[in-house]
Design a protein around this ligand. Sequence first.
Ligand code: ADP
Length: 638
Amino acid sequence: TLGSDVEIEGDSEFQDAEEQLLGGLEIDSTEEIEVPDRLVDQVIGQDHARDVIKKAAKQRRHVMMIGSPGTGKSMLAKAMSQLLPREELQDVLVYHNPDDGNEPKVRTVPGGKGEQIVEAHKEEARKRNQMRTFLMWIIIAIVIGYSLIIAQQILLGILAAGVIYLAFRYSSRGSDSMIPNLLVNNASQKTAPFEDATGAHAGALLGDVRHDPFQSGGMETPSHDRVEPGAIHKANKGVLFVDEINTLDIRSQQKLMTAIQEGEFGITGQSERSSGAMVQTEPVPTDFIMIAAGNLDAMENMHPALRSRIKGYGYEVYMDDTIEDDAEMRRKYARFVAQEVENDGRLPHFTEEAVEELILEARRRAGRKGHLTLKFRDLGGLVRVAGDIARAEDKDRTTRADVLQAKRRSRSIEQQLADNYIERRKDYELTVNDGDVVGRVNGLAVMGEDSGIVLPVMAEVTPSQGPGQVIATGQLQEMAEEAVQNVSAIIKKFSDEDISEKDVHIQFVQAGEGGVDGDSASITVATAVISALENVPVEQNIAMTGSLSVRGDVLPVGGVTHKIEAAAKAGLDTVIIPEANTQDVMIEEEYEDMIEIIPVSHISEVLEVALAGEPEKDSLVDRLKSITGKALEHEVGR
Ligand code: ADP
């Protein structure tokens, strides 16, 4: 069968590494696999992006990463921070400005020094306070002594002592303001900083000055103490990572650009009505490397000046979604499982068979023959769910059965919706899966990214008053028109019926719930129209997907694996797919016996398989073959 090339090989000893799922790796479990220390060495695939990161780290250039979520963008950004020199790190201190309390001073010192300076200031303040306290008690003693012995006024003495006490306490507050605020502390930083500012609000990104409810009267907190760093300041000498860069509001993007240009950015209160907004510090260093990430769309919508800034002074890289499946790569996928297990810290290591199952899943998810998916976040999710299942049962290894169960459990929302949908349709008998009907064809569509649904199409042809029209339900008008147009060129040649004088009604049964990708339904529409026009019934145990050219060729479409699985789940027993898609078929074992897959390359083959009612059908197919000059090269056996 078509899916057979993804079966687990039996006896691996006699196969060479290229054929084995683990690429020749011989392990009992992932515990035996060594995980590299450096993050950059843990990255799998993305060779180009990794090279760029290494180069950009050396040259201190900004990088723009474009690609799908979960393919390693933030991982690479973090890896870059580990490649930057630690020696250059700086601590930043904010000091009270005696000339203008609302304009705190900023000083930069080598990393680790900041703590020492603050300590020294505190020590000094402590000493000063001790001294003052000592002095205070002496004065109090003298005053009380004086009033007792000489003036003989006890009450006055105690009163005077109280006033002196309060005066000292009050004035000692001032000495706290001598202690600087350690805004950025790199003392315990083992690598250059990595700051993820994805989705950060203005304060978190650009720094903020807290509001002070007591703005005077000795209760206030000095302004320099209320200053808080933003990601751009904490990322100084390191990496600032911003994913989905376009979701950052334009003002923030502008300020981000200023910080990049100037290499420093003063901090002010972000909420306009707070007392913090009156404070504006001296410039604070923001000498970071920016890694902006997002999908293509995000790039187009980001602030153009910021984009050209990064582009002009750095690199742009695309992340791959899949990678070629070879023995070496599969060994790396085994290491990926080990990495995820180690990083999580609580999951039981995976057995050999469990890893093999994961590699099969990576193949399936690639949706492309000879490739593995690089969407590692999702794959990592599967590793964790499987590991959790094993852990819940107190097993010391995660097994293949756990992975299989995890796969069932971690279905995407779309998959769950699609399954739910299939169930409901079964209840209402909307999916017809036997007999034959004129003008009705079971089409297939993809919902979300990874789930298919059966989508019946009904066509009816009626004589038209004026020029013929194509009338479709919903927003599918355009695609229906196109499909009918394509098929009408063919129909004109072989049929006595003139379709341009007819109205063609096309209904997508319950299409509202799933997105219908127009192109992939065009052989479905064509078949329905021909069936209606010629009054030849269509087999209802068949589903189909494929795009149609004006010449009648069936062209490849996306999502065939999910579509085939949907057809099998709906109880259909045959599915027609474009010949060119056969290599993309990677259906799960459990469906292999449930459904027959028939690859076709021409509409005449579709009709040959899908139409019922022998004599009419045969003459129709014959006519079609003769006019398109395309003889069936191979017997379409059923
Ligand atoms: P992105 O930033 O592209 O959305 P992440 O870098 O946050 O994706 O990836 C999420 C997780 O998936 C990582 O922490 C890592 O465990 C795993 N991962 C992603 N890409 C890779 C890769 N290329 N190699 C190894 N692991 C990866």
